[in-house]
Design a protein around this ligand. Structure first.
Ligand code: SF4
Length: 323
């Protein structure tokens, strides 16, 4: 809506193609998304859908092939090194594997305090105090300062990862499968911690996961990705209650408590992003495939005030010829 404040983060028509030997992997193909301040945008899809590449592009850990990235009004692709350095403080990431992302030779004090040193935010006693404050914020304590990563459980290690991400007082945190490696009960604790931190600190999240339940719990809005493209987006609860794109329906039907068994079940594997199918990229698996789907790329259609889907079935001008 025109009266809405500008989003904190915005990506427009983002493309990332990797050249690997003689083939081109189309990892991300025209993704647009926006994250309002203090809100959570969920990104869901099977492995290989391009979710994690979007995360890395958003933080400019990868350079896009084309497209626009804006953070708090700044064009990230045109930002100078100095501007980018200042902006990096405000955009952080929590990775899937808490142990893999923590240096096993570093004590917690050094792991959590490292961003404070890199960005010259605190040193000496002030750095120790700030690290203790961060540990307490995530449910740990000063007693953990001198321990190493291997002395913690997976959930505790992920809390350390979150404390590290919070060290620079960010506005945006990208959570890339941040709870996927944890047991279900521990997952719930970490998700609740992330929600509490959002309420306390006004954080915005780009929340990436393949688990629909987790994404639904965390997200205000959800984007569903398939083979490098967003195929459906909408309010989280509404989207999972009434999925409109055949791929979202497939994901939802795979969850026993949500799914509708009367719907036809798609078959097959996700095609390779180095050789995506022509037309609709989902057509090789779609139970509702029509002739047009094999040749025509579907446009994005608005199917409700806060819902879009990229599927010919939702094109009001089109008569779909069944295959
Ligand atoms: Fe299925 Fe066709 Fe819609 Fe693609 S465009 S999701 S193949 S019905």
């Amino acid at each position: 809506m025109s009266g809405d404040p500008p989003p904190l983060f915005e990506a427009r028509d983002l493309v990332k193609h990797f050249r690997i030997r003689r083939s081109v992997v189309q990892a991300v193909n025209g993704v647009s998304l926006a994250i309002p301040r203090g809100r959570t945008l969920g990104l869901v899809g099977e492995s290989g859908s391009g979710k994690s590449t979007v995360a890395r592009l958003a933080l400019r850990l990868l350079e896009p092939t084309s497209g626009e990235l804006r953070f708090d009004g700044t064009d990230l692709r045109r930002a100078s090194r100095t501007e980018m350095r200042a902006l990096r403080r405000r955009m952080q990431i929590v990775f899937q594997d808490p142990f893999g992302s923590l240096n096993p030779r570093m004590r917690v004090l050094d792991a959590v305090g490292e961003p404070l040193a890199v960005h010259r935010l605190a040193r000496g006693r002030a750095r120790v105090d700030r690290v203790v404050e961060l540990l307490e914020r995530v449910g740990l304590s000063a007693r953990d300062l001198h321990k190493y990563a291997h002395q913690f459980s997976g959930g505790q290690a992920q809390r350390i990862g979150i404390a590290r991400a919070l060290a620079t007082d960010p506005d945006l945190i990208v959570c890339d499968e941040a709870v996927s490696a944890l047991d279900v009960s521990v997952q719930a604790q970490v998700l609740n911690l992330l929600k509490r931190l959002q309420a306390e600190l006004g954080l915005s999240y780009l929340f990436i996961a393949h688990d629909l339940n987790v994404v639904r719990y965390m997200s205000d809005e959800v984007c569903v990705m398939y083979l490098g493209e967003i195929v459906e987006r909408g309010d989280g609860d509404a989207l999972f209650a009434d999925p409109r794109h055949p791929y979202t329906q497939m994901l939802v039907d795979a969850i026993p408590e949500f799914g509708r068994r009367e719907r036809a079940v798609p078959e097959g594997e996700t095609p390779s992003p180095s050789n995506p199918p022509p037309g609709c990229r989902f057509h090789t698996r779609c139970p509702q495939v029509a002739q047009d789907c094999r040749t025509e790329v579907p446009l994005v259609h608005r199917i409700a005030p806060d819902r879009t889907a990229a599927c010919h079935l939702h094109d009001p001008r089109r008569e779909v010829t069944l295959a």
